[in-house]
Design a protein around this ligand. Structure first.
Ligand SMILES: [Zn+2]
Length: 278
């Protein structure tokens, strides 16, 4: 799933290309794409796109009176639509502008989870942004310390919980834990001041690296291409220490970590790791 760096760089790309363009028509292409009934998307017709921004893993298309909040989920993409085909492949919704250009939301796969919310007033006060935690690239030490203390849980899960901190997913959770040299299963309430400093610095470094990579591209990267030390590198050599990158497998995701860097050499319980080791 695209995370903060991918969404942020993409918002900047779309903003540079489309801000100032007047919306002629918003056109949902499936019954599931538009998640809201009111306000009507037509409210934005004839209005200029003020800016394209980001909140957490959502893109925000601000047309003044209303904002379109777009969540790409796993396989969604929002791209300039040169062809404007009547039935575009994987098409979910299209924004057509008065200058003849268009943006197309597509979603690959069959999950149909990507979507568009139309909101008026403050988008922060409404679904799907309501209750999101502070942005991962802006959180300060005091806030992070308090959140860790108030929400005792495994660090990896904490970093992925959008209601605690917004913007990070599986890749950044893996990378941040590794960069901070903290176990993904560390109890958040037991981290000390040094741990929190390492965590905060790791978040900033990993997000900035992702942003620098993503800003150098013309289109959003795919997951396999994103810079990573442990994510997608299970069974390979840790770039920091030469140990092997290990996995703890769950049904929907994999925690990747290096025992030497993060757990004092302790291998976390997982009976599937052996298949990666010769
Ligand atoms: Zn290592």
């Amino acid at each position: 799933m695209p995370e903060l760096p991918e969404i942020q760089a993409h918002a900047e790309r779309l903003d540079a290309g489309f801000a100032g363009a007047t919306l002629e028509r918003f056109h949902p292409l499936t019954f599931t794409a538009l998640k809201t009934f009111s306000p009507a998307p037509e409210t934005a017709h004839g209005h200029e796109l003020v800016y394209v921004g980001r909140r957490g893993k959502h893109l925000l298309l601000d047309f003044g009176e209303v904002t379109f909040v777009v969540h790409l989920m796993q396989g969604g993409r929002l791209k300039p639509d040169a062809k404007q085909a009547a039935k575009p492949r994987n098409g979910q919704a299209r924004w057509r502008f008065a200058d003849g250009r268009a943006l197309l939301l597509t979603e690959a796969g069959t999950e149909r989870k990507a979507g568009v919310w139309v909101v008026d007033g403050d988008p922060e006060e409404q679904e799907p942004l309501l209750g999101l935690g502070p942005e991962a690239d802006r959180i300060d030490k005091a806030t992070l310390t308090q959140l860790l203390r108030d929400n005792p849980m495994r660090l990896h899960g904490f970093l992925r919980d959008q209601h605690l901190i917004a913007g990070m997913g599986r890749l950044l959770a893996n990378e941040v834990c590794h960069r901070a040299r903290l176990s993904p299963f560390a109890n958040t309430a037991k981290l000390d001041g040094d741990d929190v400093n390492q965590l905060l610095e790791a978040m900033q470094v990993c997000i900035n690296e992702g942003l620098a990579f993503e800003r150098g591209l013309d289109e959003m990267s795919s997951s396999a291409d994103r810079p990573a030390h442990v994510h997608n590198r299970i069974g390979e050599t840790c770039l920091e220490c030469g140990d092997v990158v290990r996995a703890v497998e769950y049904s929907r995701y994999t925690v990747a970590y290096c025992a030497s860097c993060q757990t004092g050499g302790k291998v976390l319980a997982d009976n599937t790791t052996s298949k990666f080791l010769k």
